[in-house]
Design a binder for this molecule. Structure first.
Ligand code: B1M
Length: 216
């Protein structure tokens, strides 16, 4: 009998959304931590599909089916992550950069921020750079977080830093960048305040940035 993590690899590869949803619910029913199930089951599963896609062993329709199954499982697990913490730790505006529709990882990050007491405005995916700034101004954000999965759209994160600087707002907001091709080196190069490797790291970095912000 395959364990739940192995079953996640199987259902995501098959692109079976109903089975993925059922498996996510079963894991939760069995007391598995939602984030652990994501990190050890569903995320390696979708990354496996990405590798097969890159190697030409899975084609675009297969990738789309797998993504739909992943979205279903993520929806269920994310709902279990969002604990609804009453203390507001800080305000975060977050979205996926313009030209990029990948939002599974960004949505996990949003859930974990919510669960850790942050007030989060999720702008969704394919978000124009100017909108990050407009919405941060309206929302009274402390942090602007951007996610990107395509090497071609990483430039949007650099543009965000440049636009914040030219609007004289760079000191007002702390920025966090994330997404599979993003690295600490990239964050340093473009002048972002922090790079986060995963959702947990995102929360950790956000807390550190807010501490720095509140110190004179
Ligand atoms: Co696309 N895709 N895809 N895809 N896809 C990748 C990214 C790719 C690497 C696959 C591959 O070839 N190996 C490749 C990009 C290559 C490149 O740029 N060099 C690729 C491609 C090529 C494409 C298309 C161009 C395919 C095509 O049409 N020919 C197309 C692009 C469309 C567009 O955006 N304009 C496309 C489309 C899609 C789907 C729509 C089918 C689907 C996305 C569905 C969705 O998101 N709703 C999809 C998927 C699922 C993937 C892979 C397989 C998986 C992505 C994912 O969800 N990972 C991906 C392969 C891969 O990344 N290995 C791939 C799981 C997720 C939890 O991880 O998003 O990295 P991730 O998030 C992590 C961390 O990065 C971090 O925390 C998260 C949780 O741990 N993090 C942050 C992310 N954002 C953060 C922000 C933070 C902090 C942490 O603070 C602000």
């Amino acid at each position: 009998m395959k364990n739940l993590f192995e079953q996640a690899i199987e259902v995501i590869l098959k692109g079976d959304a109903d089975k993925a949803a059922e498996l996510a619910r079963r894991g939760l029913d069995q007391g598995l931590d939602a984030l652990e199930f994501m990190d050890k089951g569903f995320i390696p599963a979708i990354n496996n599909v990405g590798d097969l896609f890159e190697a030409g062993r899975v084609f675009l329709p297969g990738l789309i089916y797998s993504a739909k199954a992943m979205e279903k499982a993520t929806e269920i697990l994310n709902a279990a992550i969002s604990g609804g913490n009453a203390i507001v730790a800080g305000k975060v505006v977050i979205g996926t950069i313009e030209g990029d529709v990948h939002d599974i990882g960004k949505t996990i990050v949003v859930s974990l921020f919510n669960a850790n007491g942050f007030d989060v405005l999720d702008l969704g995916r394919d978000v124009p750079i100017g909108r990050f700034i407009e919405e941060a101004e309206k929302f009274g954000a402390d942090i602007i977080g951007s996610s990107t999965l395509l090497t071609t759209t990483m430039a949007g994160q650099k543009k965000l830093e440049q636009e914040l600087k030219s609007a004289g707002l760079k000191e007002k907001y702390k920025t966090i960048v994330g997404g599979a091709p993003v690295t600490q080196r990239w964050a340093d190069r473009i002048g972002a305040d922090a790079y986060a490797q995963d959702a947990g790291d995102g929360v950790k970095k956000a807390k550190q940035l807010l501490q720095k912000k509140s110190q004179p």
